[in-house]
Design a protein around this ligand. Structure first.
Ligand code: MG
Ligand code: MG
Length: 270
């Protein structure tokens, strides 16, 4: 069941997206070698609560194995759903941070792969390609297109650079629930899948590996890592399907004002 949102509901989603984007900025200020991932998680939790939000990931999942933290923090070969903990970030690491919040009944969900200090050129290229594919996907999120148009745009861009497009995890609708229909895979055929309609709200989130697209799950039941140990990147925006051009609800601007790394400043999206 796909829920189309009213403009009033979209305004509430804008607020949630704003809080999730500002939470990322609080993290961006503190990313440096030596910081523990658990410290960043605490900063995010405090910030979200202070702004009348609720961390959406904490306690999510099956009753016998709930996700334990506010942020998913996935370092290097970890793709998604890594646990914050005692690990100290070090120079040259990349860390994919996914943040979900709920505020006034609506969810915001956004991910960004941060560089700790500086990384090698190959890794920058992975990050740049992943961001580019996100915006290429968003370009397809317009009324009248199909979900497969988004999937195809992401996949072809990343595979042309030789990168692996993760199949096991996908983007999704969101709104009053963190995960709504439809699923938005990052691979697929153009012109296939559900038709996109004005007022649909989607989280588009390419997860792209330096090597194989194959992944495995660690014993904790959550952490997904690349099967070959290669690095992985993850960027996620919440968007509204519109006529002609998608509206992006989340923003990376606050992050990039702090990091000064414009991974890829697409002119269309500033
Ligand atoms: Mg997310
Ligand atoms: Mg998501």
């Amino acid at each position: 069941m796909i829920y189309l949102k009213s403009e009033h509901e979209i305004q509430l989603m804008r607020n949630s997206a704003q809080l999730v984007s500002l939470t990322h900025a609080e993290i961006a200020k503190r990313i440096r070698p030596g910081v523990k991932t658990a410290e960043l998680d605490q900063v995010a939790e405090d910030f979200i609560k202070k702004h009348d939000g609720r961390p959406a990931f904490k306690g999510y999942g099956p009753r016998n194995n709930r996700f334990p933290a506010t942020l998913c923090m996935s370092v290097n070969e970890q793709v998604v759903h890594g646990f914050p903990g005692e690990y100290e970030l070090k120079e040259g690491d990349i860390v994919s941070i996914d943040c979900g919040i709920e505020k006034e009944g609506f969810f915001g969900d956004s991910a960004y792969t941060y560089v700790v200090g500086e990384c090698d050129e190959q890794t920058y290229d992975l990050l740049k390609t992943t961001v580019e594919s996100l915006y290429k996907g968003i370009d397809q999120a317009v009324h009248g297109n199909k979900v497969g148009d988004i999937s195809h745009a992401v996949q072809t861009h990343c595979e042309a650079q030789g990168y692996g497009v993760v199949r096991d995890l996908v983007g999704h609708g969101l709104g009053r629930a963190l995960h709504e229909d439809p699923s938005v895979p990052n691979f697929g055929k153009a012109g296939r899948g559900k038709r996109l309609r004005e007022g649909m709200t989607l989280a588009i989130e390419p997860m792209i590996n330096m090597g194989t697209w194959k992944v495995k799950t660690l014993k904790d039941g959550w952490t997904i890592v690349t099967a070959d140990g290669s690095k992985s990147a993850h960027y996620e925006h919440d968007v509204v399907v519109r006529e002609g051009k998608a509206e992006i609800l989340t923003t990376f601007e606050y992050i990039e004002e702090i990091t000064k790394i414009q991974i890829d400043p697409f002119p269309n999206y500033g």
